[in-house]
Design a protein around this ligand. Structure first.
Ligand SMILES: [Zn+2]
Length: 499
């Protein structure tokens, strides 16, 4: 690949000690040099004029379900619906088409002006069709409501199914793609659609949760050079045997695609009232449940340690976080050399904050959730009462010395959306400076996959994964106004056409 000089831009390197940079040289996929002085620029090579726009390292989204997102893009999106009726109307329309399965995703009752979630059940969906399976999965993924025809496809011995009402919880709701399997073509299209969406948001690397069959399709895409982003894959723990088999060794692949670790789900979500909390949800006696018994989790941690596998552990409620830390403490290496991470850790008490810092566990968090549900009067206040003020305490974790990393969880995909939530956090325990928030979405994610020497900042020797923005991300008040103009990955321009 021929060298390229990017010049006439404002370079924000996101290193701790920022030095003025006025041009960077990209060569062989790397940032081959950085310049602070025009006289040092190499001559007679291709140059791209950045027209005074802003350049920063590409975003690393540390928690995605990109393949699922791409499948959803081919399904019925209920995210913007403002009433239950509107959701049902969309499903009805889709039922008239030629789909075999009517799968609606991302409904969020906190957006509904009319209609109550308690009236959503099997009977209401049976009115749309008794012949085609109909599925309505909540935005969190941890809860779905289905009609009788869909229920018939779910094995009788599967637990956490309320067959009377057609409610599916936890694992089943999350893994509906295993029952209603998308075709390989649909998965391939999903990868292309969602990758294009990710690039448009300036994402150059993701940490993706996906199953082995979809990992193989990702591998095919890589071989056919249709994979544009760097993807570190985390496989759900039920595929442990696959992960440790010699065919798919851990860390396999290269800097574009490889299996990085294993995902364990310990609880659900606040929105579905299934995250396990110490105190009940408001006006109920529900405290959520653990999705796995702690002795099983303990055995999984032990086995992961033995095989050198990094864990990504989903833990949202304070009760879950507490238990997760207890189990990790018992089984993991001193100082957490495998860099096990807790995902979401939304409701974390002071004792756990201290423990996370002491144990050196990574806090993988989603600032998107603040913006979506933690604003005063929002869903979290409604479901949790005053406890909502202590949720997503990024700043407190940072001050305690915890390594925090940011991801979107595809709710929605888009780092700038989430960062706005972190810098406008309604409570000081969570509010970050723009510099801190952007670091969590760049250098933070690099650390989590042992890539801190390879990406996350603009420095000589790092991957040439850069994005160009039309406004200064550190001073712009409303990040929604920022446009991503160009994206470079491995030194190649993969999005935009300025220059
Ligand atoms: Zn997730």
């Amino acid at each position: 690949m021929k060298p390229i000089l990017l010049y006439n831009g404002h370079f924000i390197s996101f290193t701790k000690n920022t030095t003025a940079v006025n041009a960077v040289l990209l060569h062989n996929g790397l940032i081959a040099d950085v310049f602070s002085n025009k006289e040092q620029w190499p001559q007679h090579i291709k140059k791209i004029d950045l027209r005074r726009n802003f350049v920063m390292p590409g975003f690393i989204d540390s928690h995605t379900h990109l393949v699922s997102r791409g499948i959803e893009l081919q399904r019925i999106d209920l995210e913007k619906c403002t009433s239950l009726n509107e959701c049902l109307e969309k499903l009805r329309e889709a039922e008239h088409g030629d789909r075999d399965i009517v799968f609606g995703s991302n409904w969020d009752e906190s957006r509904w002006i009319h209609g109550d979630v308690s009236t959503l059940n099997k009977t209401i969906l049976d009115k749309i069709s008794t012949k085609k399976p109909i599925i309505m999965r909540r935005v969190c993924g941890h809860y779905a409501v289905v009609n009788t025809q869909a229920l018939n496809s779910i094995p009788q011995d599967w637990k956490i199914v309320d067959r009377m009402n057609g409610y599916l919880y936890g694992d089943i709701a999350l893994n509906l793609s295993e029952i209603f399997k998308p075709s390989d073509e649909m998965v391939e299209k999903a990868i292309a659609l969602a990758s294009a969406e990710a690039l448009a948001h300036g994402i150059t690397s993701i940490h993706e949760v996906t199953v082995p069959s979809q990992f193989r399709i990702l591998q095919n895409c890589k071989e056919q050079h249709t994979l544009k982003l760097r993807i570190a894959v985390y496989i759900p723990h039920k595929y442990f045997d696959t992960i440790v088999s010699p065919d798919v060794p851990i860390g396999s692949g290269n800097d574009f695609l490889g299996i990085r670790g294993m995902k364990i789900y310990l609880d659900g979500s606040i929105g579905a009232k299934t995250a396990a909390t110490n105190e009940p949800y408001q006006h109920t006696n529900k405290r959520g449940n653990f999705l796995l018994a702690m002795n099983i989790v303990s055995a999984l941690v032990e086995r992961a340690e033995e095989h050198g596998i990094q864990l990504m552990i989903h833990a949202i409620g304070d009760r879950t976080i507490h238990e997760a830390l207890r189990v990790l403490e018992k089984n993991m290496s001193n100082r957490n050399v495998l860099r096990h991470r807790l995902e979401h850790i939304e409701m974390v008490d002071d004792a756990s904050v201290e423990k996370i810092a002491k144990m050196n566990v990574i806090a993988s968090m989603q600032p998107n959730f603040v913006r979506q549900w933690q604003m005063p009067g929002g869903l979290y206040e409604h479901y949790l009462g005053q406890r909502y003020k202590r949720m997503n305490c990024f700043k407190k974790l940072l001050n305690a010395g915890v390594k925090v990393i940011f991801g979107s969880d595809c709710m929605p995909l888009g780092p700038l959306y989430g960062i706005q939530g972190a810098i406008n956090h309604p409570f000081s325990c969570g509010r970050l400076t723009p510099f801190e928030a952007f670091r969590f979405y760049t250098a933070g994610g690099a650390y989590a996959t042992f890539d801190e020497e390879k990406k996350g900042t603009i420095e000589c020797g790092k991957f040439a994964d850069l994005i160009v923005l039309d406004k200064n991300p550190l001073t712009e008040n409303n990040l929604d106004n920022i446009n991503i103009l160009e994206v470079f990955i491995n030194g190649s321009q993969v999005y935009g056409n300025v220059g």
